[in-house]
Design a protein around this ligand. Structure first.
Ligand code: ADP
Ligand SMILES: Cc1cn([C@H]2C[C@H](O)[C@@H](COP(=O)(O)O)O2)c(=O)[nH]c1=O
Length: 232
């Protein structure tokens, strides 16, 4: 029975690696698949893992109709057993519905990979529809960690070193601005507590070094006595 599965987790938890592994596993058993991605950080029409593996893929534009595309392929004699859909948070809800239809009416397995929520902790529209429609939503096993050591659950956006909670929903990560310089937009995975306190790693370091927050318990931190005057 074909399935629509949504593999999810924070950024940097191994989703694209798993996407490439699943493609490998299925294709080496003679199954025919198509790979799709959208706004991969390595560029257009490529599915890349931080572990270094990359594979060419079809870039998903907002006007792509998965149903029309795949049924056209099948009509011309191409076998399509499964789809690998990376960065699926960026797909439109309509596209997610087309994927579900391919599962139900064409028996095509759809393996979708993506983050659920943006840097404001709001669901991406594509991810919301996937959660609503998937046969299974599976959390990846390798969790990213917050700087404090706890499991990270939130993708925070950091612009020029400072965590922000306002801005465009879609900004591909780890890129300099259009002029190639600033602002540098990065993402940092945080636990909820530190996200709520707006405390990413550099803010925590700055606070630890600040004299304003040095401990003020006299037993733990005695005030040094003034120097004794000679002969006094
Ligand atoms: N040099 C490395 N050695 C081992 N694992 C690495 C290395 N660099 C990144 N990783 C692992 O790669 C995973 C991120 O891979 P990727 O598939 O690109 O993530 P995602 O698609 O979820 O953003 C993380 O689990 C990270 O621990
Ligand atoms: C939180 C958040 C992320 N993005 C972008 C940044 C990356 O390009 C992708 C996630 O890719 P990954 O393979 O899971 O690392 O999403 C964004 O555009 N907006 C956000 O709020």
């Amino acid at each position: 029975m074909a399935e629509l599965v949504f593999f999810t987790g924070t950024m940097d938890c191994g989703k694209s690696t798993l996407a490439l592994q699943m493609d490998h596993t299925h294709s080496t058993r003679g199954r025919a698949g198509l790979l799709f991605t959208k706004h991969d950080r390595s560029g257009e029409a490529v599915l890349s893992s931080r572990l270094g593996l990359t594979k060419s893929a079809l870039e998903v534009g907002d006007d792509l109709d998965f149903w029309d595309f795949v049924t056209a392929q099948v009509t011309t004699g191409r076998k399509v057993d499964y789809l690998i859909c990376d960065e699926a948070q960026f797909y439109t809800p309509d596209q997610v519905e087309q994927l579900a239809r391919l599962v139900d009416e064409m028996g095509v397995d759809v393996f979708a990979f993506g983050i659920t929520a943006d840097f404001r902790t709001e669901l991406f529209p594509g991810s919301r529809r996937l959660i609503e429609l998937a046969d299974r939503t599976q959390q990846l096993q390798v969790q990213a960690l917050c700087w404090c050591g706890k499991a990270a659950t939130v993708n925070a956006r950091v612009v020029d070193g400072v965590m922000v909670v306002e801005g465009e929903q879609v900004v591909v990560g780890d890129v300099a601005g259009p002029d190639g310089t600033t602002p540098l937009v990065e993402y940092e995975m945080l636990c909820r507590r530190h996200y709520m306190r707006r405390m990413n790693a550099s803010a925590a370091r700055a606070q630890a070094l600040s004299p304003d927050v040095l401990p003020f318990d006299l037993d733990l931190c005695p005030v040094p006595s003034p120097p004794r005057s000679p002969g006094g």
